[in-house]
Design a protein around this ligand. Structure first.
Ligand SMILES: C[S@@+](CC[C@H](N)C(=O)[O-])C[C@H]1O[C@@H](n2cnc3c(N)ncnc32)[C@H](O)[C@@H]1O
Length: 213
């Protein structure tokens, strides 16, 4: 995971720390607070280090937060942060690969949050994410939240995102910034409709989709 460092002085043993998480947690949380259901149950896909999961569960004590990641290293980090935080509303981490929605563990949630995954995974992960979200989320009203850098038609890509896209593709040609229009079109085929597009710091976007059958 490109943004994660193995250990910092502040991290518990076995945990990873992400400088990006330190920067983007508060802006993401502001949008989540405005749109997540009160007393809601949330599945986080691609939880990475686990720092978001702890921060969001702590800041949203009436929300039940379930982190997940297919990477054993990430799951160990998430478990380490969670053990230190000991939050009653933070569930154990799940082993979940977005690209294999038929193999997702059973979950009962009203919202799915996926931060910084769809550009750092092959497109089938986004396809699986949409198929799985459509199956898991309640209809109507279920919410899918995406965060990350995107391409948009008729919007020049920021130089920093152009360089990031090139570096992603050099690591894996199947990775790279996704086009908002392609993601929105894919979501629509699964009954998930874009209801909000929010500009975020550092040329990122948050895209909110609602389940509409
Ligand atoms: C850049 S990290 C982002 C982690 C965290 N969400 C954050 O913002 O710090 C990308 C994460 O996506 C996860 N990932 C990659 N492919 C995935 C897939 N097919 N399904 C679920 N997660 C995946 C990786 O294991 C990694 O934890």
């Amino acid at each position: 995971m490109q943004t994660l460092d193995p250990i910092t002085a502040a991290a518990p043993t076995g945990a990873m720390a992400s400088p990006a998480v330190a920067r983007n947690t508060d802006p993401i949380l502001a949008v989540l607070k405005a749109h997540l259901p009160a007393d809601g149950r949330v599945l986080e896909i691609a939880s990475g280090s686990g720092e978001h999961a702890v921060a969001f569960a702590r800041a949203l004590p009436r929300t039940t937060w379930t982190p997940s990641d297919p990477s054993p290293e990430a799951r160990a980090s998430i478990a380490a942060w969670a053990a230190e935080a000991a939050l009653p509303n933070l569930n154990p981490v799940l082993d979940l690969d977005a690209a294999r929605p038929d193999a997702w563990p059973p979950v009962d949630v009203q919202a799915i949050v996926c931060i910084n995954m769809i550009h750092i995974s092959p497109w089938p992960a986004t396809e699986g994410l949409m198929a799985g979200a459509a199956r898991v989320l309640p209809d109507p009203g279920g919410l899918l939240v995406l965060y990350g850098p995107f391409r948009e038609a008729d919007v020049p890509l920021a130089p920093s995102n152009e360089a990031f896209d090139a570096s992603l593709k050099s690591r894996d040609p199947a990775w790279g910034l996704r086009e908002v229009e392609a993601v929105v079109a894919l979501a629509r085929t699964h009954g998930l409709h874009l209801t909000r597009r929010a500009d975020m710091p550092a040329n990122n976007l948050m895209l909110l989709f609602r389940r509409v059958g």
